[in-house]
Each structure stands twice: as C-alpha cells, then as structure tokens.
Design a protein around this ligand. Structure first.
Ligand code: BGC
Length: 453
C-alpha cells in the first residue's frame, strides 16, 4: 500500500539529541500589567491609543496577563514537555525612562519568571528587545537617534548583570527589519513614523546595537550562547523576465540580507538597493568594524514565501510583493501563503554564509480561526502547518545545515500587533475574557511529539 503522504513519521529524536525544542513569546504581546508599579509606557502602549492603528482598537494593557499568570503558563509548558521558553524583557519595566533609574519591581518580576522556569526544568531564552522601546527614548528620536547606542548598551549591561548568572541563552534584537520597516518607514507599527529619513538612520543604529548588545552580553555573561533574530521569507520572481528577477533580488537584499551582512563584515547590500546608499551619511568612521559581531547562533524566523514583481510605481525598491490572496494558494489568517519549503530554503540561505554558526528557528507558526467546542479546540490546519514545516526543517538538516533548534510561535494566543487579538497563533487557546487556557489539538500533538525525547 502506498504510504499516506500526510502521515508524519518523524520523531523529536530524529532532529538530534541536543536539538532545542521550545516556544517563543514577546513581552508586549503577553505580559499586560502595562502600568504596574513604576513601569512606564513603551512605544506600543502609546501607539495602541492612536485611532485606527490597531484592529478594533485592541491594545496590550492586559493581553494574556502573563505578568500574573506566569506560573500557570510555565506549569502548562512543563505539562506539554516543552523544555525551552523564549520570552523578551520589557525595557520600560526594567528601566522605566529607558536610561537611569532601574526598577526593582521589574527585576523582581523577571527573577520570578526565570527562577520558576529553572525550577520546572525549563531553560529560559531571553530576547533583549522585541519592539517595545520606552516611550521616553522615542521622545528623543528612538532608533533614529545615535544615542540609542549608549542607551541600549546600558540596558543590555543591566540585564546581563541581573540575569546572566542564570540565563545563558540570549538574543539581542527581534527582527530589526520589521521594527525599522513597519515602525519607521511604513508607519503601521509603533512608533508610527514614515519615510526614508526615519528608516535609514533606524537601520544603521539597529545594526550597531545588534553588535553592541552581543559584545555587552559576551563580556558580562559567563558561558553565554548569544544570537539575534531575523525575519525572512524565501523570495521568488513572478516570472523569468529580467526585470522581475532583478526586482526579486532587490527584495531579497532588503528583507533577508540587510541586517545579517553587516554583522558578518560584508557591509550593507547597497549594490542591490541603490536607495540604501544614503545610509553612508549616518556611518561614522569605525562603524564598519563596530557593526561586526560573531554570533554563536542566528535566529531564523520564517512564516511564508514571497513572490516579487517589478513595479515602476513602488518608490526606492521598484519591486512589489504579489499578494498570496491573488495567487490562489492556501493562506493563513494573516493572508500569508502556506509554503513549507520556505523554511528549508531560508535555513540553507543563512547556512551558506561563511561565519554563520548555528541556526535556530526562533519562530515559525500560523494563525487560523479557532473555535471552542465542548472545551476543546480542534485546529487541524495549524497542526498540518507545523508538521509540514518540521519535515522541511529535517530536510535542511539532511542537506547539511547546522540547524540546532525549533521554537513554535507561539505558546498561547496573544496580542498580534496591528492585527490585535484577531489572529490566533497559539498552541494554547486563550479566552481573553476569562484568561482560561485550553490546549489546542496542535498543542496536544506537539506535547506528544516531544514526549519521545
Ligand atoms: C514577530 C512576532 C509576531 C509574529 C507573527 C514575528 O514577526 O517576531 O512578534 O507575532 O511574527 O506575526
């Protein structure tokens, strides 16, 4: 009998004995407690109050109330055999004004989370910056102000000294392309700035902070395993016409190469994107060296692929993404194409760089409509998305890539930025009115899959 193609025959052990399996989250998307004790506003607290920016006026004031529910959630992780938990620190909870006075309440909260993880046999993986810049720093220009290098260094050092005795796995920035592109060019994410005059300096300062953060962690944390994370999508040209192929190359340079290449000493991909050349006016003598850092691992975050077409109308890039919804392909609730080979292709693309060590998939996941029926959430689409991506990840390993871990985005449903609470990405369903958690079918499957470890 022909083997059912949909059958999932892989075991967690097939990926390697030391392979890291986990779940990923981010402070603003789960914590809530937005003004608890001395915490001050982050740019997301501010941005969510602006009219028309977020789906249905949603905000992260309460979110999944992880601040108060952390024990329950970590218990649930333990029950689901999840051994690695990635979360981010809220800068404005730890240093309310961004610089200067530190919050003992903020430190106490993260100490409780870290210690509880360790008590439950769960390894913490900490991201320093997952998009929630203290508003006070944004008032001084945020990522467009070169002083962010000192602000960020102070923050990174403080976190390293407070938590580095117990936290060994660190990520400096989460997806600089997204927080500079959506936040400082398109204006659809916090702080809502638009245009090249914001975007270009933000890119260079984020690239500098990426390396500064790495060096700061290296000098203060013994035996640290240091990475940073990148958003990426496999890019294909719409046709074989030269114009489309060149457009696809430019999109690849912008979306997949912009932040990794300077860190590796290769500089910015200005040859492919002429408009990026204006970044030179922000580059100071010595910066070409300062942006380099030898990361132990690169966090690769893949959700979909993009098809790219030449577009005379698109300023600067002259390229546009052909919407998945116009291509008659399967999509998620984010209108992103479901295209599992993208994860294998992106692992290979990053693995091909000389100087990239380990690769960890620090995010991969999907949003679909979930319905609760008799206290159960049956989510076959998320389950098959997960399995199909794991098959492609294993393929990348077989083809020789150094991929050492996989973290599902995300543990519980949460606040999905501009889309509010509408797209649910969790392995665990959250009723946002009661904060009740229900493990979805995909979550049960993942728990069972991890049991084989
Ligand atoms: C981000 C997450 C986000 C996820 C799904 C990534 O870009 O790091 O914060 O929720 O994708 O959109």
């Amino acid at each position: 009998m022909k083997k059912n193609e949909n059958e999932f025959a892989l075991k967690a052990d097939d990926f390697g004995e030391d392979f890291k399996w986990g779940v990923s989250t981010a402070a603003y998307q789960i914590e809530g407690a937005y003004d608890k004790h001395d915490k001050k506003a982050s740019i997301w607290d501010t941005f969510t109050t602006k009219k028309g920016k977020i789906y249905s006026g949603h905000h992260g004031k309460i979110a999944t109330d992880f601040y108060h529910n952390y024990q329950q959630d970590i218990d649930l992780m333990q029950r689901m055999n999840i051994k690695n938990f990635r979360f981010s620190l809220s800068w404005a909870r730890l240093i309310p004004d961004g610089v200067g006075k530190k919050s003992s309440h903020g430190v106490a909260f993260y100490n409780k989370v870290i210690n509880y993880c360790l008590q439950c046999g769960i390894t913490p993986w900490v991201t320093l910056y997952h998009w929630d810049l203290p508003q006070k720093l944004q008032d001084k220009g945020g990522w467009t102000n070169r002083s962010i290098i000192q602000w960020f260094q102070e923050y990174a050092e403080f976190c390293a000294l407070q938590f580095g005795d117990r936290v060994k796995n660190w990520m400096v920035l989460n997806e600089p392309m997204v927080f500079t592109g959506a936040g400082y060019f398109l204006g659809v994410h916090a702080p809502g700035k638009k245009g090249m005059r914001h975007f270009i300096p933000a890119i260079h300062h984020a690239t500098l902070c990426q390396a500064v953060g790495g060096r700061t962690l290296r000098s203060h944390v013994k035996n640290a395993y240091i990475g940073t994370t990148f958003s990426c999508s496999y890019i294909q040209a719409f046709s074989t016409h030269k114009k489309d192929i060149l457009a696809a190359n430019r999109a690849n340079a912008l979306l997949n190469r912009l932040f990794i290449e300077p860190a590796l000493g290769l500089g910015y991909p200005t040859e492919d994107i002429a408009a990026l050349k204006r970044i030179t006016s922000y580059i100071m003598p010595g910066d070409d060296k300062k942006v380099i850092f030898n990361f132990d691992f690169i966090g690769v975050q893949v959700y979909t692929r993009e098809i790219v077409k030449y577009s005379w109308w698109t300023p600067y890039l002259k390229a546009k993404l052909v919407k998945a919804t116009d291509r008659n392909v399967a999509t998620t609730l984010m209108d992103w194409e479901v295209y599992p080979p993208s994860i294998c292709k992106m692992i290979e693309q990053f693995n091909a760089y000389k100087g990239v060590g380990d690769i960890i998939i620090t995010e991969n996941g999907s949003a679909f409509t979930d319905r609760v029926l008799n206290e159960k959430v049956y989510d076959p689409k998320r389950l098959s998305y997960l399995q199909a991506h794991l098959k492609q990840l294993r393929k990348a390993q077989i083809l020789g890539s150094q991929v050492k871990g996989y973290f599902v985005w995300t543990f519980t449903d949460n606040f999905e930025w501009a889309e509010g609470y509408y797209p649910r990405f969790g392995l665990v369903y959250v009723d946002f009115k009661t904060q009740k958690r229900i493990i979805k079918t995909s979550g049960k499957w993942f728990a069972n899959f991890l049991k084989s470890k």
